[in-house]
Ligand binder design. Structure first.
Ligand SMILES: Nc1nc2c(ncn2[C@@H]2O[C@H](COP(=O)(O)OP(=O)(O)O)[C@@H](O)[C@H]2O)c(=O)[nH]1
Ligand SMILES: [Mg+2]
Length: 339
């Protein structure tokens, strides 16, 4: 899979780190200071950069690391520790499952919902989509087109409808049909925090009341190319919602992989998925080890941070079934659309 820059999520960062370490015969305090500067001037935030170097300094001291190669390995391990939230990096495996997708407009919510729907469908799960972004008619239409392509059902109301009413109807439908996974799209207006909070609260109340037995996930969708903005969105949405995970989109168009580390570290939020393109298959289940390994991946490296698409949602062991969702080799969907 391509990740936009041939050098992967970390772009020039990996080169700079490798040079800083490997050009020295031996690791010393000045190596660590240089590393600190490189990290701080990358898209990894100040606090997380200092955190990484602090852990590295401790390791160099206690483990008496002198060999540059060993430092590389240690950095990789530290990054893995920061992004590895164990089972929290995985989606709930309890069903029925209700997933609420939140995030600002343009972040990739609707597209990610379609991709997730395809993943679940591919695993044999029944999926229903709720078009609760009722702010613009186009939003529900866009979701309906994706639902058609993926081959899952959708519940939608007219423009301007109460989002919670859409959720309510979707919950009744999900219960009546025995749906495994209900994924709810929401509007991404953040201009008025109070409104957003009220709306999310209302939707959550409806779900709690109507479907208390369902497992829940609230995923914040963040556009990785927006760097620091994505970090402040994590903060703002985190203040109004119980976020259970992050979908980091547009990782194909950026070398700003560091944002995954910052968000994992500063907000203790698990990354669950990486969006790596606009097509239905361009979603990978986040793998902490593979992600950390990609820091030192060179241009010719075969591995990527997500593994082979389509990914399995299963925690382990279960192989996804092969069926014919999504575009053919030329990128043409069953409905003739081309993406
Ligand atoms: N390159 C790339 N584009 C993406 C990705 N995810 C979404 N997009 C694009 O980002 C734009 C906004 O996506 P959309 O799902 O409508 O965002 P929403 O407003 O949050 O629902 C669309 O043009 C998508 O095709 C991704 O992982 N990679
Ligand atoms: Mg949308």
């Amino acid at each position: 899979m391509e990740f936009g820059t041939k050098k992967g999520f970390f772009g020039r960062l990996q080169e700079r780190i490798t040079d800083a370490i490997l050009l020295r015969p031996q690791v010393d305090e000045s190596t660590l200071e240089e590393l600190e500067e490189i990290l701080i001037t990358s898209d990894i935030g100040m606090d997380t950069s200092l955190h990484i170097v602090e852990k590295l300094r401790e390791a160099v001291r206690t483990e008496r690391i002198k060999d540059p190669g060993a430092v590389q390995t240690r950095i990789q391990e530290i990054v893995k520790e920061l992004v590895d939230k164990g089972d929290r990096n995985k989606m709930s495996v309890d069903y029925p499952l209700v997933v609420l997708m939140i995030g600002v407009n343009g972040g990739g919510k609707t597209t990610s919902i379609a991709k997730m729907a395809a993943l679940y469908k591919n695993e044999g799960k029944s999926v229903l989509l709720a078009a609760a972004d009722t702010f613009r008619a186009a939003a529900a239409d866009q979701l309906a087109i994706w639902a058609g392509r993926v081959g899952v059902d959708i519940i939608k109301h007219g423009e301007g409808a109460d989002p919670s009413a859409v959720i309510y109807d979707s919950l009744q439908a999900a219960k009546a049909r025995g749906t495994d996974v209900l994924i709810c799209d929401t509007a991404g207006r953040l201009q008025n925090k109070k409104n957003l909070m009220n709306e999310l609260e209302k939707m959550n109340k409806v779900i709690d009341r109507e479907f208390p037995e369902a497992a829940r996930e609230t995923l914040l969708v963040l556009d990785a190319t927006t760097g620091k903005n994505a970090v402040s969105q994590a903060q703002e949405f985190g203040a109004v919602a119980d976020i259970t995970g992050i979908v980091l989109t547009k990782m194909d168009g950026t070398a700003k992989g560091g944002i995954a580390i910052t968000i994992s570290d500063e907000f203790d939020l698990p990354i669950k998925f990486l969006g790596v393109g606009e097509r239905i298959r361009d979603l990978t289940v986040f793998d902490p080890s593979a992600f950390a390994a990609s820091i030192f991946e060179r241009e010719d490296a075969e591995e990527d941070a997500g593994g082979d698409a389509p990914e399995s949602l299963a925690r382990q062991g279960e192989e996804p079934a092969e069926d014919g969702y999504g575009p053919d080799a030329d990128g043409v969907y069953p409905d003739g659309a081309q993406i």
